[in-house]
Design a protein. Structure first.
Length: 446
């Protein structure tokens, strides 16, 4: 793409064409408090080479996840992605394809989506899954909205151990849909006291939860169903389902998950892929798309877009969601990675993750003043330090260690969470890296 800045004459002509006297008039509706006063502290002009050098110097100040021992989790995880995944998704027919507006002509795209849906349904233990959403957080918010439609009730109860980003997205959605969100206080290591009444549309929980703890939600599911509410289970680390009881087996009505861990690298925070699964009787209230299998007039196997409950396909008032596409390429990467693993490979990968986390917990527990909060975990757990965790993480970075996520960054007002540190280990974590982390942590805390 060529870079062709506008001249002053160009700007004058454009402003005259739309009937305003200056560029500032275009921002008249933006509150004054939200506008910048004057220029930002940036050079007015540089050549391309100079800009590249300046940005490279800035980037070099970062410690990238792939360049150092990395113990960061908190909803995104560093996993090994086989080279075959990127090779296959970069084939032209995959990389350049877009939303199939005449879907039955795009049989290859539909088949890939169908296989993805099958994998997600099997992983989560649910009846039916859609063809993906944007990410785990929006999938969670869509689950709450769906529960509102199914139950015709107005309150969603969110567990205190739900990922705070997922909570914020639910609260944002609720502002404009008439829903009430009752978000419980985050209390690591303590059970939520969940009250379910006649106005409760759903209860949203997570497994493993934000603090890494594992749960059996079977009893809660029974309580929800007895009260006429739905249970939404969130999974932010999809690899855990290679070892942990799937939400469907616990009685979940809707599952919202993040699929980044399979096939998709960290990528500076995205794009990711949202997984969404539900019970068959609720299929017409699901957001997004659903691809189905059929046969053509000659009896050959084929695929069709069975449901597309979005506003681009049907009347706006009938739409279940305003999400206008699916994360097709990320979903394909997920599908390829999982197909390469197979069931036995996923189980082995999950065991490797759990074993790495156990080694990490045992080693860090030897650092004076450090304790593990969790009584159970998969590949992530919470530690309690003898001092605030956020400055410790910054000091660990100076040792070349990406030392985890302080929950206080999400809840700065909670003084009781200041000394907690969330750490994760995956199949990419080596014993030497664990030793480096423990040594550096001991030095920082000394």
């Amino acid at each position: 793409m060529r870079y062709l800045p506008l001249t002053a004459s160009d700007r004058r002509q454009m402003l005259a064409a739309i009937g305003v006297g200056s560029i500032n008039e275009l921002f008249a509706d933006v509150p004054k408090a939200a506008r910048s006063d004057g220029l930002l502290d940036l050079p007015l002009a540089q050549g391309e080479l100079e800009v590249e050098r300046a940005l490279s110097r800035m980037a070099a100040r970062n410690v990238a996840a792939g360049s150092a021992p990395c113990f960061i989790g908190g909803g995104v995880y560093r996993h090994h992605v086989p080279a075959a995944v990127d090779h296959l998704i970069q084939r032209g027919e995959f990389l350049t394809s877009y939303t199939p507006y005449q879907p039955e002509l795009a049989q290859g795209t539909l088949q890939a989506m169908f296989e993805f849906q099958t994998q997600v349904a099997l992983l989560t233990g649910m009846d039916v899954a859609n063809a993906s959403l944007y990410d785990g957080a929006t999938a969670c918010a869509e689950a709450v909205a769906m529960a509102h439609r199914v139950t015709r009730r107005d309150t969603a109860v969110l567990s205190g151990a739900l990922h705070p980003h997922y909570r914020e997205v639910c609260e944002t959605y609720a502002q404009f849909s008439g829903l009430k969100v009752a978000a419980l206080e985050p209390l690591p290591g303590a059970a939520d006291h969940i009250n379910i009444d006649n106005d409760t549309a759903c209860v949203v929980v997570q497994n493993p939860d934000f603090f890494g703890a594992l749960h059996d939600w079977t009893t809660l599911a029974a309580r929800c169903h007895e009260a006429g509410a739905l249970l939404v289970v969130v999974v932010s680390e999809i690899v855990s389902l290679g070892a942990v009881t799937p939400p469907g087996a616990m009685g979940a009505d809707i599952v919202a998950a993040e699929g980044q861990s399979l096939g998709n690298a960290l990528n500076f925070g995205g794009p990711h892929v949202g997984l969404f699964a539900a019970r068959e009787q609720q299929v017409r209230q699901m957001p997004g798309r659903l691809v189905g299998q059929t046969v053509d007039a000659d009896g050959r196997r084929g695929w069709v877009l069975t449901l597309s409950t979005r506003e681009q396909h049907i009347r706006r008032e009938k739409a279940t969601s305003n999400i206008c596409t699916n994360s097709g390429l990320c979903a394909l990467a997920f599908t390829i990675h999982l197909a390469l693993l197979g069931e036995a490979g996923l189980t082995r990968l999950a065991r490797l993750n759990h074993a790495a986390a156990c080694r990490l917990a045992d080693r860090l527990a030897t650092v004076p003043g450090v304790g593990v909060v969790n009584t159970s975990f998969f590949n992530e757990f919470t530690m309690r330090l003898p001092q605030p965790a956020a400055p410790v993480v910054e000091q660990l970075a100076e040792y070349g260690i990406l030392g985890g996520v302080p929950p206080s960054r999400f809840y700065p007002e909670r003084v009781d969470l200041a000394d907690l540190l969330l750490v994760a280990a995956t199949e990419t974590t080596t014993a030497d890296e664990i030793d480096q982390f423990a040594h550096a942590l001991g030095e920082v805390l000394r």
